[in-house]
Ligand binder design. Structure first.
Ligand code: GH3
Ligand code: MG
Ligand code: MG
Ligand code: MG
Length: 324
């Protein structure tokens, strides 16, 4: 939900969000088998957090993997078992490695506490645990963890933003260029099919001229949605230019790609777009150039060039057609 918050803020300031973070309201797993110590720590932490006490490390591991904890506080001198080993497991398991982790131990167990820090435990507390120190160190780790989550969300959001076309929500050309390099390499190395379609709306300028640029934008969005609906999950659909969309189909033959192009062409021609809140029904037709990877191609741009040539022929020969 924090990642969502920063996503909603888009490029908003993650540092401001992090500074507002109080480090309270966390869910804490306290792994401690000394009832008195467990009681004292839980009471101190319960003022600002929700605390679950678990005396047995195996049950603690199960609870932790079931999720929902922000932080685990682990006694590494548990009676007859190895709390340090539990810490190591918590750090290595996918489902628990993002939890903040604090060890509790004795001064004469310093070597083991240091070992814990070595494999990624974030902090430790010495017995007898001081109440205020406990509260402060827990708060610090909670804030650190939430800060890195916020940053991660903001980085993710800006990557998505940089790879997405704002108007249509399709991928943009930068994304396409990046994806094509490994796709082309893999197809060439394993002699797999790879096809490319360039779609260009016919006489789009006249739609802008007749209905206005805003209606044109609406059509473009609806066009993009429809193209996406008629492609597979593994296909890459990207806005290539103004009213041009590229579809890259991994594994596809020329016949597959032509058939996909024909389905889209037919659908455009036969179902108009309702725009301006239903006030206008606009039919667009689309011309499509199709090409597949050839054995002699040195890069994906050779294939793209052929599909662009085919598109040119589709336009020149009357539009509203698929040409390979
Ligand atoms: P054809 O492709 O059939 O040759 O004709 P066309 O009119 O579609 O081709 P042309 O390339 O001459 O013009 C494309 C038009 O698309 C020009 C431009 O105004 C319009 N266009 C490009 N991007 C956008 C956009 O984001 N929104 C709107 N509303 N129009 C756009
Ligand atoms: Mg054009
Ligand atoms: Mg056009
Ligand atoms: Mg064009």
């Amino acid at each position: 939900s924090r990642a969502m918050a920063s996503r909603e803020l888009g490029m908003g300031d993650p540092f401001a969000l992090a500074a507002a973070e109080t480090g309270q309201g966390a869910r804490i797993l306290l792994v401690e088998d000394r009832p008195n110590a467990a009681d004292r720590m839980a009471t101190a932490l319960a003022q600002h957090h929700t605390v679950t006490i678990e005396a047995d490390p195996h049950r603690a591991l199960v609870a932790a993997t079931e999720g929902g904890f922000d932080l685990a506080l682990v006694s590494i001198d548990l009676d007859g078992s190895d709390g340090l080993r539990l810490c190591s497991q918590l750090r290595s398991l996918d489902r628990t490695r993002d939890m903040a982790l604090i060890m509790v131990g004795e001064t004469n167990g310093m070597a083991r506490l240091t070992r814990g820090l070595d494999f990624g435990v974030h902090d430790y507390l010495l017995r007898p645990v001081d109440r205020n120190e406990l509260i402060a160190r827990v708060r610090t780790q909670i804030r650190r963890r939430r800060f890195s989550e916020t940053l991660r969300g903001a980085v993710q959001a800006s990557i998505e933003l940089a790879m997405t076309d704002e108007l249509t929500g399709l991928h943009n050309r930068r994304y396409l260029d990046r994806q094509l390099v490994p796709l082309f390499g893999e197809a060439a190395a394993q002699s797999l099919g790879l096809a490319c379609l360039i779609l260009d709306i016919d006489r789009f300028k006249s739609i802008n001229d007749s209905y206005g640029h805003e209606a044109g934008d609406e059509v473009l969005k609806a066009f993009a949605d429809r193209v996406r609906q008629h492609t597979r999950g593994i296909d890459i659909v990207a806005r290539f230019g103004g009213e041009e969309v590229v579809i890259v189909m991994p594994g596809a033959t020329l016949v597959d790609a032509q058939a996909a192009g024909e389905r889209i062409r037919e659908r455009m021609e036969s179902v108009p777009f309702l725009v301006q809140r239903g006030a206008a029904a606009i039919t667009v037709t689309v011309s499509i150039g199709v090409a597949i990877r050839h054995a002699g191609d040195t890069s994906a741009s050779d294939m793209l060039k052929r599909s662009d040539d085919a598109l040119y022929r589709a336009k020149a020969s009357g539009r509203n057609r698929v040409v390979a």
